[in-house]
Design a protein. Structure first.
Length: 367
């Protein structure tokens, strides 16, 4: 969003939840227009209120960053589809009705959009396979690690977070959701095998989800303190916890992009992850890949990193790979798609010739 605001300036309108207005303004600066709403996402109120808000905003194109856009909206729009989990893993939704609704919402978003953005080529291929007619309007635009993810260590900050969150070195770090496709019971099984040869290592499972008690149940048989549950982490803690980790692990059965992988690489931290096409796009030649069904394989990979930590050169290769992905490049490609959809230039020569943004097409991004 900051990169988009830097390119579009006053031609950008952002719709955001009222409680997030201050954060949004800090991200987009003072030029872009900000509209606040009081309609919780994924609720009926969102479907009812947003069409009116969008009509009053009077913009030429809307970018919905997720598929939960109002079914009644008939304006021109671009949508980001992060994954196909409502179809591939319908159990992530709590019952038959939410599962059906989310599938209807995604179909509506795909069929009604002028352009579709996915965060990876693997997701683009999967989307085109499920919705063949959408193929020509799909573009993969990868995500990136924020600038705060760097290798520079702050030993005092790391020690403070470790003490506060009951984390001890060496530790294996997982950051993400606890949904079934994240495969955390298998990770805990692999960690139990690892402890047979490395009893001092700790597993840190950040996040929480009371809908998935199987995660804590799987860890209950391990010695107290061997698995840390720090809960949902403050944003400020995440870079320090990455940098202090012996490795970052992502055992998922599916991902739309795999942001923790690129964030860990940007911090020059070793990565072990599932052998998925989407993660190969990001980390092929850098990360250690394992089958998401192979607990002994994950255990052996973790042991190898502990026994023979990657050299400085290997860590630098990971950092360099992460730097190939940037939010600035993503914003530029996104604006190019807006221009295709509008058949009009938004930045560059056309903007210089006509500096009044309200005499041309505006763009709206719903936050």
């Amino acid at each position: 969003l900051p990169a988009l605001a830097g390119l579009l300036g006053s031609r950008l309108t952002v719709i955001i939840q009222r409680q997030d207005a201050a954060l949004a303004r800090a991200l987009i600066g003072g030029s872009a227009r900000l509209i606040t709403v009081n309609a919780p996402p994924y609720r009926f109120a969102e479907q009812i209120q947003l069409p009116g808000v969008l009509a009053r905003a009077r913009v030429g194109l809307v970018h919905f960053p997720h598929y939960n856009l109002p079914i009644l909206y008939r304006g021109r729009f671009v949508v980001t589809i992060h994954d196909l989990f409502p179809f591939d893993f319908p159990d992530i939704h709590s019952g038959p009705l939410p599962r059906a609704v989310n599938q209807v919402l995604m179909r509506n978003a795909v069929h009604g959009s002028l352009r579709i953005i996915t965060p990876s080529k693997a997701t683009a291929r999967a989307l085109a396979d499920r919705f063949p007619r959408s193929g020509p309007k799909i573009t993969a635009i990868p995500e990136a690690a924020d600038e705060r993810f760097v290798p520079i260590r702050n030993s005092e900050a790391e020690a403070a977070w470790h003490a506060r969150l009951a984390i001890r070195k060496p530790y294996v770090f997982y950051l993400g959701q606890w949904k079934a496709y994240k495969n955390l019971p298998l990770l805990i099984q692999a960690f139990a095998l690892l402890r047979q040869t490395h009893p001092d290592v700790q597993l840190v499972l950040a996040g929480d989800d009371p809908r998935h008690p199987e995660v804590r149940q799987a860890a209950a048989g391990l010695p107290p303190g061997s698995v840390a549950f720090p809960g949902r982490l403050p944003d400020a803690a995440v870079p320090d916890l990455y940098r202090g980790a012996a490795m970052v692990i992502l055992p998922s059965r599916a991902e739309g992009f795999g942001l923790p992988v690129i964030e860990a690489m940007a911090c020059a931290v070793p990565v072990i992850c599932s052998d998925l096409p989407v993660l190969r796009e990001v980390a092929d030649g850098i990360a250690t890949f394992c089958s998401p069904d192979d607990a002994p394989g994950f255990a052996a990979a973790m042991a190898a990193v502990l026994d023979n930590p990657p050299s400085g050169l290997q860590r630098e290769r990971g950092r360099e790979r992460a730097h190939r992905f940037s939010w600035e490049a993503a914003a530029e490609r996104t604006v190019a798609l807006y221009e295709e959809a509008l058949e009009n230039r938004l930045v560059g020569a056309a903007l210089e010739e006509d500096p009044n943004p309200r005499q041309d097409q505006d763009l709206q991004v719903k936050g």
